[in-house]
Design a protein around this ligand. Structure first.
Ligand SMILES: Nc1ncnc2c1ncn2[C@@H]1O[C@H](COP(=O)(O)OP(=O)(O)OP(=O)(O)O)[C@@H](O)[C@H]1O
Ligand code: SF4
Ligand SMILES: [Mg+2]
Length: 348
């Protein structure tokens, strides 16, 4: 392992080094407490390798329980992986000194699904937005106040609203506060876990547009997690499809929607409601239930729900193969032809 670089120092990261990289990340929950002591370990995330480039957006999509939030918490440093490595600008978090890790923590911030649950109801908006600045230190009270006003302006909150409390705001306004708070320490990456799922459809695009504007302004990267393929398709530069703890396909939104290789991706696309009148109604949902993460199926984890599954799918885990530039999938009987001489590389 190379010596840890100082986070935040562009000079220490070679050109082309991804901002965030996860290599073979696995998270196993072993249970705890009286009721779950006898429960089998849950493999929430299993050998995930991915990268987020500076200024880019990676979208992670998959059904409820597939491990998206666990992956997000690991990316932001709220949880440690059971196995594998998380690196910021090429420097492994686990190998960093305490001060380095502290600095790295402010470079990656989180936005949550339910802004009401995520915001302290007893704090004014000004205090909520200011909190990360107080924790980080290095600013006077007046500097912090000025920064809070600046952040409020950036996310479209009036200065007069800063004395209010979360209960006085609409869902969209609360998510603006969540965004201002995430931006406070000038992070390079925001991990957004279902940031618009709790919002009315009419407000969703306002928040997504705001996030896009702020990305351009601050050269931000996003790791966005969602069960909603429409949101991910609209927002992400690169999509990773997750099934039962594993990334089964990844590629550009255009490649995935035009020619998905994996049967699960196809099923997710088919499950998106079609607004066009006269088009055939899609299947209501993907058939069957997501199997338990404590006893995943052998071979390909999607085989219990896949219309094309054979004995091979139960016997062998499919290797990752290239299907085009930046497009990879793990399927024995893919829907499209793999690229010639596919090296079977990991996802990135
Ligand atoms: N702290 C925990 N202890 C035990 N099991 C957990 C814990 N957190 C998550 N899990 C389990 O890990 C798996 C993945 O959960 P996770 O919350 O990451 O999924 P998700 O894709 O974010 O789901 P959702 O879309 O419903 O938010 C699930 O089986 C879940 O029950
Ligand atoms: S490997 Fe087999 S079960 Fe898995 S998606 Fe491909 S065809 Fe279906
Ligand atoms: Mg979740």
């Amino acid at each position: 392992m190379t010596a840890p670089a100082v986070p935040g120092s562009p000079a220490t990261a070679a050109a082309g080094t991804p901002l965030l990289s996860l290599s073979g990340v696995t998270r196993i929950y072993r249970g705890g407490g009286l009721l779950s002591r006898a429960a089998a370990p849950v493999q929430a995330v299993s050998g995930v390798t991915l990268e987020v480039a500076a200024g880019a957006t990676l979208g992670i999509v998959g059904e409820s329980g597939c491990g998206k939030s666990t992956l997000g918490r690991i990316a932001v440093g709220l949880e440690k992986p059971t196995d594998g490595e998380v690196a910021l600008r090429g420097a492994a978090l686990a190998a960093m000194s305490r001060p380095q890790r502290r600095a790295a923590r402010y470079e990656v911030q989180m936005m949550f699904q339910d802004p009401y649950a995520a915001l302290n109801p007893r704090m004014s908006l000004a205090r909520i937005i200011e909190e990360p600045l107080r924790a980080k230190g290095g600013m006077t009270r007046d500097q912090r106040r000025a920064r809070v006003r600046q952040l409020a302006g950036e996310v479209g909150l009036a200065a007069g609203q800063l004395d209010r409390y979360p209960r006085e705001l609409s869902g969209g306004q609360r998510q603006r506060v969540g965004l201002a708070r995430a931006l406070a320490t000038s992070p390079a990456l925001i991990v957004a876990d279902e940031p618009v799922s709790a919002l009315d459809v009419s407000v969703r695009s306002q928040i997504l547009n705001l996030m896009t504007e702020l990305q351009a302004e601050h050269q931000l990267s996003y790791l966005m997690v969602s069960h909603d393929l429409t949101v991910i398709h609209y927002f992400a530069d690169h999509i990773a499809v997750m099934y039962l703890g594993k990334i089964v396909e990844s590629g550009s939104p255009a490649a995935l929607f035009r020619a998905p290789a994996h049967h699960y991706t196809r099923a997710l696309i088919d499950a998106v409601p079609q607004p066009t009148p006269g088009r055939a109604a899609p299947p209501a949902s993907i058939r069957g239930e997501l199997p338990s993460a404590s006893a995943p199926p052998s071979g390909c984890r999607f085989r219990t729900r896949c219309p094309a599954a054979t004995d091979l799918c139960a016997a062998q885990e499919p290797p990752l193969r290239d299907f085009g530039p930046g497009h990879r999938a793990a399927c024995h009987f893919p829907l499209t032809e793999p690229a010639a001489a596919a090296p079977g590389k990991e996802f990135s």
